[in-house]
Design a protein around this ligand. Structure first.
Ligand code: GDP
Ligand code: MG
Length: 582
Protein backbone atom coordinates (compact mmCIF):
# COMPACT_ATOMS: atom_id res chain seq x y z
CA UNK A 1 0.00 0.00 0.00
CA UNK A 2 2.67 2.45 0.95
CA UNK A 3 4.68 1.77 -2.14
CA UNK A 4 1.77 2.85 -4.25
CA UNK A 5 1.24 6.05 -2.35
CA UNK A 6 4.95 6.59 -2.41
CA UNK A 7 4.78 6.29 -6.16
CA UNK A 8 2.05 8.88 -6.29
CA UNK A 9 3.92 11.28 -4.16
CA UNK A 10 7.01 10.81 -6.23
CA UNK A 11 5.08 11.58 -9.36
CA UNK A 12 3.53 14.58 -7.75
CA UNK A 13 6.87 15.82 -6.61
CA UNK A 14 8.18 15.28 -10.12
CA UNK A 15 5.36 17.42 -11.44
CA UNK A 16 5.93 20.11 -8.86
CA UNK A 17 9.58 20.09 -9.78
CA UNK A 18 8.69 20.37 -13.44
CA UNK A 19 6.36 23.20 -12.71
CA UNK A 20 9.04 24.92 -10.71
CA UNK A 21 11.38 24.74 -13.65
CA UNK A 22 9.37 27.59 -15.00
CA UNK A 23 7.80 25.62 -17.80
CA UNK A 24 4.36 26.97 -18.08
CA UNK A 25 2.66 23.98 -19.57
CA UNK A 26 4.37 21.26 -17.61
CA UNK A 27 2.76 21.50 -14.22
CA UNK A 28 -0.90 20.69 -14.31
CA UNK A 29 -1.51 17.53 -16.31
CA UNK A 30 0.06 14.88 -14.15
CA UNK A 31 -0.68 16.69 -10.92
CA UNK A 32 -4.30 17.04 -11.88
CA UNK A 33 -4.55 13.38 -12.76
CA UNK A 34 -3.60 12.24 -9.29
CA UNK A 35 -5.87 12.22 -6.26
CA UNK A 36 -5.45 14.44 -3.25
CA UNK A 37 -7.40 14.78 -0.06
CA UNK A 38 -9.06 18.03 0.95
CA UNK A 39 -10.72 18.90 4.24
CA UNK A 40 -13.77 21.05 3.99
CA UNK A 41 -16.08 22.39 6.67
CA UNK A 42 -17.18 25.38 8.68
CA UNK A 43 -14.84 27.55 10.69
CA UNK A 44 -13.54 25.86 13.82
CA UNK A 45 -15.21 22.60 12.87
CA UNK A 46 -11.88 20.86 13.46
CA UNK A 47 -10.47 20.68 9.91
CA UNK A 48 -6.89 21.46 10.84
CA UNK A 49 -7.14 19.18 13.85
CA UNK A 50 -8.28 16.28 11.67
CA UNK A 51 -5.53 16.83 9.16
CA UNK A 52 -3.05 17.01 11.93
CA UNK A 53 -4.13 13.80 13.49
CA UNK A 54 -3.98 12.00 10.15
CA UNK A 55 -0.45 13.21 9.92
CA UNK A 56 0.27 12.58 13.55
CA UNK A 57 2.18 15.85 13.90
CA UNK A 58 1.59 19.31 15.29
CA UNK A 59 2.36 21.73 12.58
CA UNK A 60 -0.76 23.52 11.43
CA UNK A 61 -2.00 26.85 12.61
CA UNK A 62 -4.93 25.70 14.63
CA UNK A 63 -7.19 26.74 17.44
CA UNK A 64 -9.79 29.29 18.26
CA UNK A 65 -9.37 32.62 16.55
CA UNK A 66 -7.01 31.24 13.93
CA UNK A 67 -8.56 31.39 10.53
CA UNK A 68 -6.84 30.08 7.46
CA UNK A 69 -7.68 32.21 4.47
CA UNK A 70 -5.47 30.50 1.95
CA UNK A 71 -5.56 26.85 1.03
CA UNK A 72 -2.60 24.96 2.39
CA UNK A 73 -1.31 22.13 0.21
CA UNK A 74 0.48 19.72 2.44
CA UNK A 75 2.63 16.96 1.07
CA UNK A 76 3.71 14.20 3.38
CA UNK A 77 6.79 12.34 2.33
CA UNK A 78 7.85 9.23 4.07
CA UNK A 79 11.58 9.02 4.61
CA UNK A 80 13.26 5.87 5.83
CA UNK A 81 15.38 7.43 8.53
CA UNK A 82 16.67 10.66 9.88
CA UNK A 83 15.13 13.66 11.53
CA UNK A 84 11.85 14.95 10.26
CA UNK A 85 11.67 18.35 8.71
CA UNK A 86 9.29 20.65 6.90
CA UNK A 87 9.88 22.71 3.80
CA UNK A 88 7.87 25.40 2.09
CA UNK A 89 7.48 24.80 -1.61
CA UNK A 90 9.58 27.04 -3.78
CA UNK A 91 7.09 28.94 -5.88
CA UNK A 92 8.50 31.04 -8.67
CA UNK A 93 5.09 32.30 -9.64
CA UNK A 94 2.69 33.93 -7.27
CA UNK A 95 -0.10 31.57 -6.51
CA UNK A 96 -2.83 31.35 -3.99
CA UNK A 97 -2.08 28.13 -2.11
CA UNK A 98 0.73 27.73 0.36
CA UNK A 99 2.76 24.59 -0.28
CA UNK A 100 4.29 22.73 2.62
CA UNK A 101 6.22 19.48 2.45
CA UNK A 102 6.80 17.34 5.52
CA UNK A 103 9.51 14.70 5.49
CA UNK A 104 9.27 12.19 8.24
CA UNK A 105 9.75 8.51 9.04
CA UNK A 106 6.44 8.67 10.87
CA UNK A 107 4.03 9.61 8.11
CA UNK A 108 2.45 7.83 5.19
CA UNK A 109 2.78 9.47 1.83
CA UNK A 110 -0.17 11.69 1.23
CA UNK A 111 -1.10 15.02 -0.27
CA UNK A 112 -3.60 16.95 1.75
CA UNK A 113 -5.27 20.29 1.30
CA UNK A 114 -6.43 22.34 4.28
CA UNK A 115 -9.11 24.62 2.94
CA UNK A 116 -10.29 27.86 4.52
CA UNK A 117 -13.35 27.44 6.71
CA UNK A 118 -16.74 28.15 5.27
CA UNK A 119 -18.55 31.02 6.96
CA UNK A 120 -22.14 32.12 7.09
CA UNK A 121 -21.62 35.82 7.67
CA UNK A 122 -18.86 38.33 7.18
CA UNK A 123 -17.52 39.57 10.50
CA UNK A 124 -16.58 43.15 11.07
CA UNK A 125 -13.85 44.45 8.82
CA UNK A 126 -14.48 41.80 6.18
CA UNK A 127 -16.06 42.58 2.83
CA UNK A 128 -19.56 41.25 2.27
CA UNK A 129 -18.31 39.11 -0.59
CA UNK A 130 -16.11 37.02 1.74
CA UNK A 131 -18.76 34.35 2.27
CA UNK A 132 -19.06 33.67 -1.43
CA UNK A 133 -15.40 34.14 -2.18
CA UNK A 134 -14.42 31.44 0.28
CA UNK A 135 -17.16 29.14 -0.91
CA UNK A 136 -16.03 29.53 -4.52
CA UNK A 137 -12.43 28.92 -3.68
CA UNK A 138 -13.30 25.80 -1.70
CA UNK A 139 -15.52 24.61 -4.50
CA UNK A 140 -12.77 25.08 -7.05
CA UNK A 141 -10.69 22.55 -5.12
CA UNK A 142 -13.26 19.94 -4.27
CA UNK A 143 -15.07 19.93 -7.60
CA UNK A 144 -12.05 18.35 -9.29
CA UNK A 145 -12.98 14.72 -9.83
CA UNK A 146 -9.67 13.54 -8.40
CA UNK A 147 -10.21 15.29 -5.07
CA UNK A 148 -11.17 13.07 -2.16
CA UNK A 149 -13.31 15.12 0.20
CA UNK A 150 -13.13 14.91 3.96
CA UNK A 151 -16.35 16.64 4.97
CA UNK A 152 -15.89 17.79 8.56
CA UNK A 153 -18.95 18.33 10.73
CA UNK A 154 -18.80 19.02 14.47
CA UNK A 155 -20.96 16.66 16.50
CA UNK A 156 -22.04 19.45 18.82
CA UNK A 157 -23.88 21.22 16.02
CA UNK A 158 -26.96 20.25 14.09
CA UNK A 159 -25.94 18.10 11.13
CA UNK A 160 -28.65 19.77 9.09
CA UNK A 161 -26.67 23.00 9.23
CA UNK A 162 -23.40 21.36 8.18
CA UNK A 163 -21.74 23.43 5.48
CA UNK A 164 -19.41 20.55 4.74
CA UNK A 165 -22.18 18.14 3.85
CA UNK A 166 -23.98 20.76 1.81
CA UNK A 167 -21.08 21.74 -0.42
CA UNK A 168 -19.80 18.16 -0.78
CA UNK A 169 -23.16 16.98 -2.02
CA UNK A 170 -23.14 19.76 -4.51
CA UNK A 171 -19.89 18.66 -6.14
CA UNK A 172 -20.20 14.91 -5.47
CA UNK A 173 -23.91 14.09 -5.47
CA UNK A 174 -23.36 10.33 -5.45
CA UNK A 175 -20.91 10.55 -2.60
CA UNK A 176 -18.30 8.54 -4.46
CA UNK A 177 -15.42 10.53 -3.08
CA UNK A 178 -16.81 12.08 0.07
CA UNK A 179 -15.97 10.84 3.56
CA UNK A 180 -18.00 12.20 6.45
CA UNK A 181 -15.94 12.95 9.56
CA UNK A 182 -17.65 13.80 12.80
CA UNK A 183 -15.52 15.83 15.22
CA UNK A 184 -16.02 17.05 18.74
CA UNK A 185 -17.94 13.96 19.77
CA UNK A 186 -16.60 14.54 23.28
CA UNK A 187 -18.25 17.96 23.38
CA UNK A 188 -21.78 16.78 22.84
CA UNK A 189 -24.42 17.67 25.42
CA UNK A 190 -24.71 15.22 28.23
CA UNK A 191 -27.33 12.64 27.40
CA UNK A 192 -26.93 12.94 23.63
CA UNK A 193 -24.74 10.83 21.39
CA UNK A 194 -23.69 10.53 17.78
CA UNK A 195 -24.57 6.87 17.29
CA UNK A 196 -27.36 7.57 14.81
CA UNK A 197 -25.06 9.64 12.69
CA UNK A 198 -22.11 7.28 12.92
CA UNK A 199 -24.27 4.32 12.00
CA UNK A 200 -25.52 6.20 8.99
CA UNK A 201 -29.09 6.38 10.21
CA UNK A 202 -29.35 10.14 10.52
CA UNK A 203 -27.64 10.91 7.29
CA UNK A 204 -26.60 8.18 4.90
CA UNK A 205 -23.33 8.50 3.10
CA UNK A 206 -21.84 6.19 0.52
CA UNK A 207 -18.90 5.53 2.86
CA UNK A 208 -19.40 5.02 6.60
CA UNK A 209 -19.06 8.00 8.88
CA UNK A 210 -15.92 8.22 10.97
CA UNK A 211 -15.98 9.82 14.37
CA UNK A 212 -12.91 11.43 15.91
CA UNK A 213 -11.93 13.11 19.11
CA UNK A 214 -9.29 15.74 18.61
CA UNK A 215 -7.49 17.72 21.21
CA UNK A 216 -9.55 20.39 22.84
CA UNK A 217 -8.45 23.97 23.18
CA UNK A 218 -7.52 23.21 26.77
CA UNK A 219 -5.34 20.28 25.59
CA UNK A 220 -3.62 22.57 23.18
CA UNK A 221 -3.03 25.15 25.84
CA UNK A 222 -1.58 22.43 28.04
CA UNK A 223 0.62 21.16 25.21
CA UNK A 224 -0.85 17.68 25.24
CA UNK A 225 1.15 15.83 22.63
CA UNK A 226 -0.13 13.81 19.73
CA UNK A 227 0.77 10.42 21.16
CA UNK A 228 -1.08 11.14 24.33
CA UNK A 229 -3.99 12.56 22.36
CA UNK A 230 -4.22 9.41 20.23
CA UNK A 231 -4.10 7.16 23.25
CA UNK A 232 -6.88 9.14 24.84
CA UNK A 233 -8.93 9.00 21.65
CA UNK A 234 -8.54 5.21 21.50
CA UNK A 235 -9.53 4.93 25.11
CA UNK A 236 -12.50 7.21 24.57
CA UNK A 237 -14.02 5.04 21.86
CA UNK A 238 -13.13 1.81 23.64
CA UNK A 239 -14.56 2.88 26.93
CA UNK A 240 -17.60 4.99 26.07
CA UNK A 241 -20.42 2.44 26.15
CA UNK A 242 -22.37 4.02 23.27
CA UNK A 243 -19.43 3.73 20.88
CA UNK A 244 -17.89 0.46 22.00
CA UNK A 245 -19.48 -1.48 19.16
CA UNK A 246 -18.13 1.04 16.64
CA UNK A 247 -14.71 1.30 18.20
CA UNK A 248 -12.84 -0.55 15.44
CA UNK A 249 -13.89 1.95 12.80
CA UNK A 250 -13.58 5.15 14.79
CA UNK A 251 -10.71 7.49 15.49
CA UNK A 252 -7.93 9.30 13.67
CA UNK A 253 -5.78 6.25 13.09
CA UNK A 254 -8.63 4.45 11.42
CA UNK A 255 -9.36 7.53 9.34
CA UNK A 256 -5.76 7.54 8.16
CA UNK A 257 -5.97 3.89 7.13
CA UNK A 258 -9.28 4.36 5.33
CA UNK A 259 -7.81 7.25 3.40
CA UNK A 260 -4.75 5.29 2.35
CA UNK A 261 -6.84 2.35 1.22
CA UNK A 262 -9.18 4.51 -0.73
CA UNK A 263 -6.33 6.36 -2.38
CA UNK A 264 -4.82 3.06 -3.32
CA UNK A 265 -7.90 1.85 -5.11
CA UNK A 266 -8.41 5.18 -6.86
CA UNK A 267 -4.84 5.24 -8.05
CA UNK A 268 -4.93 1.64 -9.21
CA UNK A 269 -7.87 2.44 -11.40
CA UNK A 270 -5.93 5.32 -12.89
CA UNK A 271 -2.70 3.55 -13.63
CA UNK A 272 -3.44 2.76 -17.29
CA UNK A 273 -4.39 6.37 -17.94
CA UNK A 274 -1.32 7.63 -16.15
CA UNK A 275 0.90 5.26 -18.05
CA UNK A 276 -0.31 6.52 -21.36
CA UNK A 277 -0.04 10.13 -20.21
CA UNK A 278 3.55 9.60 -19.14
CA UNK A 279 4.41 7.64 -22.26
CA UNK A 280 2.96 10.35 -24.44
CA UNK A 281 4.94 13.03 -22.64
CA UNK A 282 8.11 10.98 -22.93
CA UNK A 283 7.62 10.56 -26.64
CA UNK A 284 7.09 14.30 -27.00
CA UNK A 285 10.16 15.08 -24.93
CA UNK A 286 12.24 12.57 -26.84
CA UNK A 287 11.23 13.90 -30.18
CA UNK A 288 11.98 17.44 -29.08
CA UNK A 289 15.36 16.49 -27.73
CA UNK A 290 16.21 14.62 -30.90
CA UNK A 291 15.21 17.74 -32.80
CA UNK A 292 17.62 19.70 -30.64
CA UNK A 293 20.39 17.23 -31.32
CA UNK A 294 23.33 16.03 -29.31
CA UNK A 295 25.50 18.25 -27.14
CA UNK A 296 28.79 19.48 -28.61
CA UNK A 297 31.91 17.29 -28.43
CA UNK A 298 34.67 18.67 -26.24
CA UNK A 299 37.88 17.77 -28.14
CA UNK A 300 39.04 19.22 -31.45
CA UNK A 301 38.82 15.89 -33.27
CA UNK A 302 35.30 15.33 -32.06
CA UNK A 303 34.32 18.84 -33.08
CA UNK A 304 35.81 18.48 -36.53
CA UNK A 305 34.06 15.18 -36.96
CA UNK A 306 30.79 16.67 -35.83
CA UNK A 307 31.06 19.60 -38.22
CA UNK A 308 31.90 17.33 -41.13
CA UNK A 309 29.03 15.07 -40.27
CA UNK A 310 26.52 17.90 -40.06
CA UNK A 311 27.79 19.54 -43.22
CA UNK A 312 27.58 16.25 -45.07
CA UNK A 313 23.98 15.90 -44.03
CA UNK A 314 23.34 19.34 -45.48
CA UNK A 315 25.19 18.41 -48.67
CA UNK A 316 23.13 15.25 -48.97
CA UNK A 317 19.91 17.18 -48.66
CA UNK A 318 21.09 19.67 -51.29
CA UNK A 319 21.86 16.82 -53.69
CA UNK A 320 18.47 15.30 -53.05
CA UNK A 321 16.90 18.54 -54.19
CA UNK A 322 18.85 18.39 -57.44
CA UNK A 323 18.16 14.71 -57.98
CA UNK A 324 14.46 15.05 -57.52
CA UNK A 325 14.25 13.20 -54.21
CA UNK A 326 13.20 16.56 -52.78
CA UNK A 327 11.44 19.30 -54.69
CA UNK A 328 12.96 22.32 -56.43
CA UNK A 329 15.46 20.82 -58.87
CA UNK A 330 12.83 20.73 -61.57
CA UNK A 331 12.91 24.52 -61.72
CA UNK A 332 16.25 24.25 -63.49
CA UNK A 333 14.74 22.22 -66.26
CA UNK A 334 12.08 24.85 -66.55
CA UNK A 335 14.78 27.43 -67.32
CA UNK A 336 16.03 25.33 -70.21
CA UNK A 337 12.68 24.26 -71.48
CA UNK A 338 10.75 27.52 -71.21
CA UNK A 339 12.73 30.53 -70.11
CA UNK A 340 15.64 30.19 -72.54
CA UNK A 341 13.55 29.39 -75.64
CA UNK A 342 11.16 32.22 -74.81
CA UNK A 343 14.04 34.65 -74.39
CA UNK A 344 15.58 33.55 -77.69
CA UNK A 345 12.27 34.04 -79.39
CA UNK A 346 12.05 37.55 -78.02
CA UNK A 347 15.26 38.43 -79.85
CA UNK A 348 13.14 38.71 -83.06
CA UNK A 349 15.82 37.98 -85.64
CA UNK A 350 13.26 38.48 -88.38
CA UNK A 351 12.89 42.12 -87.41
CA UNK A 352 16.62 42.51 -87.18
CA UNK A 353 16.87 41.05 -90.68
CA UNK A 354 14.07 43.06 -92.20
CA UNK A 355 14.93 44.65 -95.50
CA UNK A 356 15.63 48.20 -94.30
CA UNK A 357 17.99 47.00 -91.60
CA UNK A 358 19.74 44.70 -94.01
CA UNK A 359 20.18 47.59 -96.41
CA UNK A 360 21.59 49.80 -93.71
CA UNK A 361 24.08 47.24 -92.38
CA UNK A 362 25.24 46.05 -95.77
CA UNK A 363 25.67 49.54 -97.05
CA UNK A 364 27.61 50.51 -93.96
CA UNK A 365 29.81 47.42 -94.28
CA UNK A 366 30.67 48.26 -97.83
CA UNK A 367 32.12 51.52 -96.68
CA UNK A 368 32.88 54.10 -99.29
CA UNK A 369 33.13 51.52 -102.03
CA UNK A 370 30.41 49.09 -103.07
CA UNK A 371 31.52 45.46 -103.17
CA UNK A 372 32.30 43.77 -106.41
CA UNK A 373 31.24 40.15 -106.11
CA UNK A 374 29.25 39.56 -102.99
CA UNK A 375 28.62 41.70 -99.89
CA UNK A 376 30.90 39.46 -97.81
CA UNK A 377 31.48 42.01 -95.06
CA UNK A 378 27.81 42.83 -95.02
CA UNK A 379 26.85 39.19 -94.53
CA UNK A 380 29.30 38.82 -91.71
CA UNK A 381 28.15 41.92 -89.97
CA UNK A 382 24.50 40.95 -90.29
CA UNK A 383 25.15 37.50 -88.84
CA UNK A 384 27.40 38.75 -86.08
CA UNK A 385 25.06 41.48 -84.91
CA UNK A 386 22.23 38.96 -84.77
CA UNK A 387 24.16 36.21 -83.01
CA UNK A 388 25.70 38.52 -80.45
CA UNK A 389 22.27 39.22 -79.03
CA UNK A 390 22.05 35.59 -77.90
CA UNK A 391 24.53 36.51 -75.17
CA UNK A 392 21.69 38.16 -73.28
CA UNK A 393 19.49 35.06 -72.93
CA UNK A 394 22.58 32.92 -72.31
CA UNK A 395 23.64 35.08 -69.37
CA UNK A 396 20.09 35.29 -68.10
CA UNK A 397 19.86 31.50 -68.05
CA UNK A 398 23.08 31.24 -66.10
CA UNK A 399 21.75 33.76 -63.59
CA UNK A 400 18.39 32.05 -63.35
CA UNK A 401 20.00 28.70 -62.61
CA UNK A 402 22.27 30.40 -60.09
CA UNK A 403 19.22 31.86 -58.38
CA UNK A 404 17.58 28.45 -58.18
CA UNK A 405 20.71 26.81 -56.81
CA UNK A 406 21.03 29.52 -54.18
CA UNK A 407 17.44 29.01 -53.19
CA UNK A 408 18.03 25.28 -52.90
CA UNK A 409 21.03 25.95 -50.66
CA UNK A 410 18.88 28.02 -48.35
CA UNK A 411 16.15 25.47 -48.42
CA UNK A 412 18.58 22.68 -47.64
CA UNK A 413 20.07 24.68 -44.79
CA UNK A 414 16.73 25.17 -43.19
CA UNK A 415 15.91 21.52 -43.74
CA UNK A 416 19.09 20.39 -42.02
CA UNK A 417 17.81 19.97 -38.50
CA UNK A 418 21.34 19.42 -37.23
CA UNK A 419 22.33 22.93 -38.33
CA UNK A 420 19.58 24.65 -36.36
CA UNK A 421 21.53 24.01 -33.24
CA UNK A 422 24.62 25.91 -34.37
CA UNK A 423 23.88 29.37 -35.72
CA UNK A 424 27.53 30.16 -36.52
CA UNK A 425 28.07 26.97 -38.47
CA UNK A 426 24.81 27.53 -40.24
CA UNK A 427 25.87 30.98 -41.37
CA UNK A 428 29.33 29.82 -42.46
CA UNK A 429 28.06 26.85 -44.40
CA UNK A 430 25.54 29.10 -46.10
CA UNK A 431 28.23 31.61 -47.03
CA UNK A 432 30.63 28.94 -48.24
CA UNK A 433 27.98 27.30 -50.39
CA UNK A 434 26.84 30.57 -51.92
CA UNK A 435 30.43 31.64 -52.61
CA UNK A 436 31.01 28.34 -54.38
CA UNK A 437 27.90 28.84 -56.41
CA UNK A 438 29.08 32.31 -57.37
CA UNK A 439 32.41 30.97 -58.59
CA UNK A 440 30.56 28.37 -60.62
CA UNK A 441 28.24 31.00 -62.00
CA UNK A 442 31.19 33.07 -63.22
CA UNK A 443 32.74 30.05 -64.89
CA UNK A 444 29.45 29.11 -66.41
CA UNK A 445 28.94 32.59 -67.79
CA UNK A 446 32.34 32.53 -69.40
CA UNK A 447 31.60 29.17 -70.97
CA UNK A 448 28.19 30.14 -72.31
CA UNK A 449 29.38 33.40 -73.73
CA UNK A 450 32.24 31.57 -75.31
CA UNK A 451 29.80 29.30 -77.09
CA UNK A 452 28.10 32.34 -78.58
CA UNK A 453 31.39 34.01 -79.48
CA UNK A 454 32.56 30.85 -81.18
CA UNK A 455 29.52 30.98 -83.40
CA UNK A 456 30.22 34.62 -84.19
CA UNK A 457 33.84 34.05 -85.02
CA UNK A 458 33.55 31.24 -87.52
CA UNK A 459 30.62 30.73 -89.82
CA UNK A 460 29.62 27.41 -91.33
CA UNK A 461 30.74 27.92 -94.89
CA UNK A 462 28.87 24.88 -96.20
CA UNK A 463 25.56 26.47 -95.39
CA UNK A 464 26.23 29.29 -97.85
CA UNK A 465 27.83 27.10 -100.49
CA UNK A 466 24.71 25.04 -100.72
CA UNK A 467 22.58 28.07 -101.46
CA UNK A 468 21.38 28.64 -105.06
CA UNK A 469 24.05 30.88 -106.63
CA UNK A 470 21.68 33.48 -108.08
CA UNK A 471 21.26 35.06 -104.69
CA UNK A 472 24.62 36.67 -105.09
CA UNK A 473 23.86 37.96 -108.51
CA UNK A 474 21.24 40.52 -107.54
CA UNK A 475 23.71 43.25 -106.86
CA UNK A 476 23.92 45.80 -109.51
CA UNK A 477 27.25 47.57 -109.42
CA UNK A 478 26.05 50.11 -111.97
CA UNK A 479 23.57 51.60 -109.53
CA UNK A 480 24.44 54.78 -107.74
CA UNK A 481 25.89 54.66 -104.24
CA UNK A 482 22.47 55.33 -102.76
CA UNK A 483 20.81 52.60 -104.68
CA UNK A 484 23.29 49.76 -104.64
CA UNK A 485 20.85 46.94 -103.99
CA UNK A 486 17.35 46.32 -105.12
CA UNK A 487 14.65 45.30 -102.65
CA UNK A 488 14.27 41.69 -103.67
CA UNK A 489 18.01 41.18 -103.42
CA UNK A 490 18.04 42.60 -99.91
CA UNK A 491 15.08 40.46 -98.92
CA UNK A 492 16.87 37.40 -100.11
CA UNK A 493 19.93 38.29 -98.11
CA UNK A 494 17.71 38.85 -95.10
CA UNK A 495 16.03 35.48 -95.38
CA UNK A 496 19.31 33.65 -96.01
CA UNK A 497 20.88 35.18 -92.96
CA UNK A 498 17.74 34.55 -90.95
CA UNK A 499 17.77 30.85 -91.70
CA UNK A 500 21.45 30.67 -90.86
CA UNK A 501 20.97 32.54 -87.60
CA UNK A 502 18.00 30.33 -86.72
CA UNK A 503 20.08 27.27 -87.34
CA UNK A 504 22.86 28.51 -85.06
CA UNK A 505 20.36 29.63 -82.46
CA UNK A 506 18.79 26.19 -82.46
CA UNK A 507 22.19 24.70 -81.76
CA UNK A 508 22.89 27.12 -78.91
CA UNK A 509 19.52 26.43 -77.48
CA UNK A 510 20.79 22.91 -76.91
CA UNK A 511 24.38 23.61 -76.04
CA UNK A 512 23.84 26.45 -73.54
CA UNK A 513 21.90 24.18 -71.14
CA UNK A 514 24.62 21.58 -71.46
CA UNK A 515 27.24 24.12 -70.58
CA UNK A 516 25.20 25.39 -67.63
CA UNK A 517 24.60 21.93 -66.24
CA UNK A 518 28.25 21.09 -66.69
CA UNK A 519 29.55 24.24 -65.04
CA UNK A 520 26.96 24.86 -62.34
CA UNK A 521 24.63 21.99 -61.55
CA UNK A 522 27.01 19.10 -61.89
CA UNK A 523 29.78 21.10 -60.30
CA UNK A 524 27.58 22.09 -57.35
CA UNK A 525 26.76 18.45 -56.79
CA UNK A 526 30.41 17.53 -57.00
CA UNK A 527 32.20 20.21 -55.10
CA UNK A 528 29.84 22.63 -53.38
CA UNK A 529 31.73 22.50 -50.08
CA UNK A 530 35.20 21.41 -51.18
CA UNK A 531 36.58 24.81 -50.41
CA UNK A 532 34.86 24.87 -47.03
CA UNK A 533 36.35 21.50 -46.10
CA UNK A 534 39.84 22.58 -47.16
CA UNK A 535 39.59 25.70 -45.01
CA UNK A 536 38.12 23.71 -42.14
CA UNK A 537 41.15 21.45 -42.00
CA UNK A 538 43.38 24.46 -41.40
CA UNK A 539 41.42 25.77 -38.45
CA UNK A 540 42.55 25.80 -34.86
CA UNK A 541 40.61 23.91 -32.23
CA UNK A 542 39.15 27.02 -30.64
CA UNK A 543 38.02 28.23 -34.02
CA UNK A 544 36.16 24.98 -34.52
CA UNK A 545 34.58 25.52 -31.15
CA UNK A 546 33.29 28.87 -32.32
CA UNK A 547 31.62 27.22 -35.26
CA UNK A 548 29.78 24.99 -32.85
CA UNK A 549 28.70 27.88 -30.69
CA UNK A 550 25.25 26.90 -29.70
CA UNK A 551 22.40 29.21 -29.04
CA UNK A 552 22.43 29.40 -25.21
CA UNK A 553 18.66 29.07 -25.16
CA UNK A 554 18.95 25.74 -26.94
CA UNK A 555 21.66 24.54 -24.59
CA UNK A 556 19.45 25.36 -21.68
CA UNK A 557 16.45 23.78 -23.28
CA UNK A 558 18.39 20.57 -23.82
CA UNK A 559 19.43 20.48 -20.19
CA UNK A 560 15.92 21.04 -18.99
CA UNK A 561 14.54 18.48 -21.43
CA UNK A 562 17.04 15.94 -20.19
CA UNK A 563 16.04 16.68 -16.64
CA UNK A 564 12.36 16.31 -17.41
CA UNK A 565 12.97 13.16 -19.39
CA UNK A 566 14.85 11.71 -16.47
CA UNK A 567 11.97 12.52 -14.14
CA UNK A 568 9.38 11.11 -16.48
CA UNK A 569 11.42 8.01 -17.20
CA UNK A 570 11.82 7.40 -13.51
CA UNK A 571 8.09 7.90 -13.10
CA UNK A 572 7.46 5.55 -15.99
CA UNK A 573 9.70 2.82 -14.59
CA UNK A 574 8.05 3.22 -11.23
CA UNK A 575 4.51 3.11 -12.49
CA UNK A 576 5.24 0.25 -14.87
CA UNK A 577 6.62 -1.84 -12.06
CA UNK A 578 3.52 -1.15 -10.00
CA UNK A 579 1.28 -2.00 -12.92
CA UNK A 580 3.04 -5.29 -13.56
CA UNK A 581 3.07 -6.32 -9.92
CA UNK A 582 -0.69 -5.98 -9.63
P1 GDP B 1 -10.64 24.53 11.90
O1 GDP B 1 -10.87 25.97 11.97
O2 GDP B 1 -11.74 23.83 11.20
O3 GDP B 1 -9.31 24.21 11.27
O4 GDP B 1 -10.63 23.97 13.38
P2 GDP B 1 -9.42 23.67 14.33
O5 GDP B 1 -8.85 22.35 14.03
O6 GDP B 1 -8.53 24.82 14.38
O7 GDP B 1 -10.21 23.50 15.72
C1 GDP B 1 -10.94 24.56 16.29
C2 GDP B 1 -11.02 24.36 17.80
O8 GDP B 1 -11.79 23.23 18.12
C3 GDP B 1 -9.67 24.16 18.45
O9 GDP B 1 -9.62 24.82 19.68
C4 GDP B 1 -9.62 22.67 18.67
O10 GDP B 1 -8.85 22.34 19.81
C5 GDP B 1 -11.06 22.33 18.92
N1 GDP B 1 -11.38 20.99 18.54
C6 GDP B 1 -11.31 20.46 17.31
N2 GDP B 1 -11.73 19.18 17.29
C7 GDP B 1 -12.07 18.89 18.57
C8 GDP B 1 -12.56 17.70 19.19
O11 GDP B 1 -12.77 16.66 18.57
N3 GDP B 1 -12.78 17.77 20.53
C9 GDP B 1 -12.56 18.91 21.24
N4 GDP B 1 -12.79 18.90 22.54
N5 GDP B 1 -12.11 20.04 20.68
C10 GDP B 1 -11.85 20.03 19.36
MG1 MG C 1 -7.87 25.50 10.38
Amino acid sequence: MESLISLVNRLQRACTALGDNGEDNALPTLWDALPSIAVVGGQSSGKSSVLESIVGKDFLPRGSGIVTRRPLVLQLHRIDEGREYAEFGHLPRKSVPIYLSIYSPYVVNLTLVDLPGLTKVAVEGQPESIVHDIENMVRSYIEKPNCIILAISPANQDLATSDAIKISREVDPKGERTFGVLTKIDLMDKGTDAVDILEGKAYKLQFPWIGVVNRSQADINKNVDMIAARRREREYFAQTPEYKHLGHRMGSEHLGKVMSKHLESVIKSRIPGLQSLINKTIIELESESSRLGRPVATDAGGKLYMIMEIVRIFDGIFKEHLDGVRSGGDKIYNVFDNQLPAALKRLQFDKHLAMENVRKLITEADGYQPHLIAPEQGYRRLIETALVTIKGPAEASVDAVHGILKELVHKSISETVELKQYPSLRVEVGHAAVESLERMRDESKKASLQLVEMECSYLTVDFFRKLPQDIDKGGNPTHSLFDRYNDSYLRRIGSTVLSYVNMVCGGLRNSIPKSIVYCQVREAKRSLLDHFFTELGKREANHLGKLLDEDPAIMQRRVSLAKRLELYRAAQAEIDSVAWSK
